[in-house]
Design a protein around this ligand. Structure first.
Ligand SMILES: Cc1cc2nc3c(=O)[nH]c(=O)nc-3n(C[C@H](O)[C@H](O)[C@H](O)COP(=O)(O)OP(=O)(O)OC[C@H]3O[C@@H](n4cnc5c(N)ncnc54)[C@H](O)[C@@H]3O)c2cc1C
Length: 396
């Protein structure tokens, strides 16, 4: 039931008490695997409590599924997470700040001009425009009240996490250090990277995506239990990408939602309410519809296909006004992500609990999927980071 989905995003599910509000006395070394939102949030707690720790990050940058482009437009473009699926107050909660007055400038993402498009239909004529009537407006605001969506105005999710989390802990990140093995059979945990370097720790926090864990990129010694593996296998971490294109004029509606067998597909105005002089249109696909694009051999062909689809709706305007500039971020095929996102509130709680279970009290897990507080996306990843590091530091 959709109403439960909306309710599940409610801010009052945010845990009142978290690691940010506590102090810890922990003797021992902690290794965090992954410098995404979750790993960075956990690291911030270790930093504040003077714990000896290190972050091993596979790629050459921090942020994980948060990434921004600052060159294509006159505003920073989120290539990963983009929407705040909440009231902006959640930003304060994530920082441990009280009150509803947020430092970040945000804009409500309440779009009116929306088309629904079925690219599978032969006629390409199945387009419904949201009626701009007062009844539709009332319905819209009713919906928005329960299902708030915001965006950063002149900033990005990457910037938020960079400033509030990474800033304090950056010095402790070892980049280009993909972990390939975790041996938790002895007193200390041996963490081995692709280059063969061995790190010893008392506790390890794994924040790599479920896509990475399912791919068995990391070899656990002893093997993960059958129950844990089954729980992992039951998660459908769908592939997807973001294509961002620049045009010389805005010929498109705020959103064009396309029919998708599984997941989502939509073209949307990325400059919506940003006071931008640029015309930036995004294509975000998650799930089955990627196949139509993944079968093409090059990024250029992917761009051409997107232009073709738009031309069919807007009578050739896309090709005519395309500036030739684009950015393509393929999360589904990114070596250290292998997927897009999970809506953890849709997953059976017992599965999330199983995934959260530590290994021999030494290896713990965190990330968006592991959040039991229904926070979704970036807030979920951060809350899970706090939750798991609290378990580590209190020896639970
Ligand atoms: C296209 C897209 C759109 C999204 N939109 C939104 C949105 O609008 N709003 C929202 O809230 N959320 C959104 N999300 C989801 C959000 O980005 C994620 O929930 C969140 O960033 C996950 O953070 P994390 O720390 O759990 O994982 P990650 O960000 O995946 O971080 C894991 C880190 O671990 C590293 N790593 C992986 N394997 C290894 C290894 N073997 N050794 C060492 N390091 C490793 C990775 O490089 C990465 O840095 C979106 C995601 C995508 C892809």
């Amino acid at each position: 039931m959709k109403v439960f989905r909306w309710g599940s995003r409610a801010l009052d599910m945010f845990p009142e008490d978290n690691a940010l509000h506590k102090t810890y006395n922990f003797e021992g070394k902690v290794i965090i695997i992954g410098a995404g939102a979750s790993g960075l949030a956990a690291a911030k707690i270790l930093q504040r409590n003077n714990v000896d720790y290190l972050i091993l990050e596979a790629s050459n940058r921090h942020g994980g599924r948060l990434k921004e482009n600052k060159t294509l437009a006159d505003f920073p473009i989120d290539l990963g997470a983009e929407w705040i699926h909440h009231l902006p107050t959640v930003l304060n909660r994530l920082k441990g700040k009280s009150g509803d007055q947020v430092d970040e400038e945000t804009v409500p993402y309440n779009t009116f001009y929306k088309f629904d498009k079925d690219f599978g239909s032969s006629s390409y004529g199945k387009i419904f425009r949201w009626l701009n009537s007062s009844i539709m407006k009332s319905l819209f605001f009713f919906r928005f009240k329960f299902f708030p969506e915001f965006k950063f105005k002149n900033s990005s999710w990457f910037n938020f996490v960079d400033k509030n989390f990474a800033e304090e802990v950056k010095d402790k990140i070892e980049f280009n250090s993909p972990v390939t093995q975790i041996d938790y059979s002895k007193d200390k945990v041996d963490v081995v990277t692709k280059s063969g370097q061995v790190y010893k720790a008392d506790k390890v926090l794994v924040t790599a995506s479920i896509g990475i864990l399912k791919s068995e990129y990391i070899n656990f010694i002893p093997h993960l239990s059958k129950e844990k593996q089954d729980a992992m296998e039951s998660i459908n971490f769908m592939p997807g990408f973001k294509l961002v294109m620049k045009f010389s004029e805005k010929f498109y509606s705020d959103i064009i939602m396309c029919k998708a067998k599984t997941g989502e597909k939509g073209y949307y105005d990325m400059a919506f309410k940003k006071d931008s002089k640029n015309h930036i249109l995004g294509l975000l696909i998650q799930g089955s519809e990627v196949e139509d694009f993944y079968c093409l051999e090059s990024e250029e062909k992917i761009v051409l296909k997107a232009l073709e689809e738009l031309d069919k709706i807007y009578e050739g305007k896309a090709s005519k006004t395309y500036t030739g500039e684009y950015v393509f971020e393929d999360w589904g095929r990114h070596e250290f992500t292998l997927g897009t996102w999970i809506e953890s509130f849709q997953i059976n709680k017992s599965i999330i609990q199983k995934l959260n279970e530590p290994l021999n009290g030494k290896v713990f897990f965190a990330g968006e999927l592991y959040d039991l507080h229904h926070q979704l996306g970036v807030p979920g990843a951060i809350v899970s980071g706090y939750h798991s590091i609290d378990k580590i530091l209190t020896n639970l």
